[in-house]
Each structure stands twice: as structure tokens, then as C-alpha cells.
Design a protein around this ligand. Structure first.
Ligand SMILES: [Zn+2]
Length: 283
């Protein structure tokens, strides 16, 4: 009884940990007035998130979390592993896999080369600067492709963007500001070209319709009749693109990662919030 009274008073923390195979995995904790169950989900950016309904008890939430250890371990195992830009890593460029190779040159441009073993990406300079060099180059490539895409869709729709920005947003692939600046994530250049083109068309269409109304989607279709294909690809595979060029998973602090830079691996889709487990909360 005393224990029950104490546990009832224990406040819900903002963060907790769960032990998986000897690693201490941080778990973000959220309170929700809408949730009716304890829930554990795996978010591609934040990592594991434990939802505690209002009126839920922390002791109960902790019990629920411990009960989900096996499920979470399996999810983490399937989640996209980070692929740092190092020699030997395989990264997609415009949807085609390339192996990173150190060039003998100290200066100069990143170059693509076709060999019997597939496509290679030759990066000049020492290993210390490889990540930086490759990221800069990929940003430039993304800009080249997006300038073409944006110009074409702008001509179709009779609009004009003020400026094009290439960034590293974690939550969006593109955006359109009220002062007509279009921003895009450089990782779009990793995806097949039709995917980048869809995001280009999507943002240009926002210069006509600043919302996601049916009218907006009609404008996107006018610019790119085949838009559904790119949109579907991003929903299914988009989350995986975030893994490229990361030293470690954004939320994997303390976890031992097994590197698995395989583009074709099946993985949970971080875009689908359906990867959750729940249990009813006793009020
Ligand atoms: Zn939009």
C-alpha cells in the first residue's frame, strides 16, 4: 500500500531509458490528454517515444515499457542504420548506388566513375575532410537538379520563385515561404530523379496555392501528371535517406550500431506512425 501511494506520486519524467542488449537507449516521454493507452512508438528523428495518458501512473508506464523490450529491439534492428561518408560506404546518387573511393588527388572535384564492380564516387583530399567534401558536392548536385525542376514547373504554371535554398531540414523535404523562397533538403539528390522532381513540382505549386487543399493538388498534377509516384516513394522510402551522411543515428546515443549500408534492406518506414504498441491505462 505504501509503495502504491509512493508510485502514484512519482512524476512522469521527460526522458527515461530502456536496456537493450546491454545498451542504454534513451526514450522520450510524452504526456497526452488524448491518449487512452500507454503507447510506445519509434520515430525516425526522435527515436523511441513513450506516450503516457493523463491520469496514467509512471510505475505502470515503466512496467509497460519494460514489457515492450523485445518489440523495440526488433524495431531498432530493422530501423535504417546510419551510413557515414567514409571509404567503402555505398550511397545512392539519383537512385543509383555508388561506392565511396578515396581519390589519389589532393584537390579537385568529386568524380563519378563506372567500373566492372559498379559505380564509384572518387573523393579527393584526406579522410578527415571526406564527409564535408562529399556533402558539399551532393548539395551542389541537388541544387543543379532542383534548379532545372523548379524552372520547368515554374514555366508550366506561370509563376516565379524569389530564391532557391538547399538545406538539411530534418522534418521536411521542401518548403515554400510567404516571400516565395523555396527550400529543399539536399538528400533529395540521393533519391531516384522522379522523386526530386515531384518535390520540385510540389513546392512550385505552393506559389499558386499556399495550402494542401484539393485545388493545390490539382495544380501539382497540372505541373506533374505523374506526381503520385514520387509522393508514394517518399512515404515508403524517404525516412531512409536521412541515414546517409550521419555519423550515428540521431537518437541512438550510447547504442552500439552495426553498420548496414544496404539500400535494398527492408526496414520500418519512419513516415508511418503505425509502428506502435499500446496497452490500456488504468485510471
Ligand atoms: Zn506542401
Amino acid at each position: 500500500m505504501v509503495f502504491d501511494l509512493l508510485s502514484r506520486r512519482r512524476p512522469v519524467p521527460e526522458r527515461t531509458y530502456i536496456a537493450i542488449e546491454g545498451a542504454k537507449i534513451p526514450v522520450a516521454v510524452r504526456r497526452s490528454s488524448r491518449a487512452r493507452h500507454y503507447r510506445l512508438s519509434l520515430h525516425h528523428r526522435i527515436g523511441p517515444v513513450l506516450t503516457v495518458p493523463d491520469g496514467g501512473r509512471w510505475a505502470e508506464a515503466e512496467q509497460f515499457l519494460i514489457g515492450q523490450t523485445g518489440w523495440l529491439a526488433a524495431c531498432l534492428d530493422r530501423a535504417p542504420q546510419p551510413v557515414p561518408f567514409v571509404v567503402g560506404a555505398k550511397i545512392p546518387i539519383r537512385g543509383q548506388m555508388h561506392e565511396i573511393v578515396a581519390s589519389v588527388k589532393i584537390r579537385g572535384q568529386v568524380e563519378c566513375r563506372q567500373t566492372d564492380n559498379g559505380s564509384q564516387l572518387l573523393v579527393p583530399g584526406g579522410p578527415a575532410h571526406m564527409g564535408r567534401r562529399l556533402t558539399d558536392w551532393l548539395r551542389d548536385q541537388a541544387r543543379l537538379d532542383l534548379e532545372i525542376s523548379v524552372a520547368r514547373h515554374s514555366a508550366t504554371l506561370g509563376v516565379r520563385a524569389a530564391r532557391l535554398r538547399i538545406g538539411n531540414q530534418l522534418t521536411r523535404w521542401g518548403s515554400c515561404s510567404s516571400d516565395r523562397v523555396l527550400s529543399f533538403n539536399w538528400r533529395l539528390v540521393l533519391a531516384p530523379p522522379h522523386v526530386l522532381d515531384y518535390v520540385g513540382a510540389h513546392e512550385v505549386a505552393h506559389l499558386v496555392e499556399m495550402n494542401h487543399s484539393p485545388a493545390f493538388w490539382q495544380v501539382v498534377r497540372l505541373a506533374l501528371p505523374d506526381m503520385a509516384k514520387g509522393r508514394a516513394w517518399l512515404k515508403t522510402h524517404g525516412g531512409r535517406l536521412h541515414a546517409y551522411g550521419q555519423e550515428r543515428a540521431l537518437w541512438h546515443r550510447g547504442h552500439q550500431n552495426v553498420e548496414r549500408p544496404d539500400w535494398t534492406n527492408r526496414s520500418i518506414s519512419p513516415e508511418h506512425p503505425g509502428v506502435t504498441h499500446g496497452a490500456p491505462a488504468r485510471p
